[in-house]
Design a protein around this ligand. Structure first.
Ligand code: ZN
Length: 109
């Protein structure tokens, strides 16, 4: 089954940092899921994510909340909302990878 790359990236981020319910998974399950997510994300986006992780650690990904980047707390342009639905979007201020939590839950497998 193919997963949307944004969903896979959010999942990978949760798995790597033990966020949410991933904290209860067995190490084997975590490893399997990490590999599956990495395959879905693809090398280019994965490289970008690894770079951001070096710089920002567990906040390499930022949720968009009320049109504000949760990483740098700067307001985002209105046009960004539709961009978020189309694919990977970066914050133009802090460069973090942005995602809309509602969209991600709608796409969740
Ligand atoms: Zn930002």
């Amino acid at each position: 089954m193919t997963i949307n790359p944004v969903v896979a990236l959010v999942r990978l981020h949760e798995l790597e940092f033990g966020l949410g319910e991933t904290a209860n998974l067995s190490p084997e399950r975590i490893q399997t899921e990490i590999e599956r997510c990495r395959a879905e994300i693809g090398p280019a986006l994965l490289a970008r994510y690894e770079q951001l992780k070096k710089r920002f650690g567990s906040s390499a990904l930022a949720e968009v909340q009320d049109n504000v980047c949760s990483g740098c707390r700067i307001s985002l342009p209105q046009t960004l909302r539709s961009k978020l639905r189309q694919g990977i979007t970066f914050c133009e201020h802090c460069a973090r990878i942005l995602y809309d939590p509602e969209e991600v839950y709608n796409l969740q497998y």
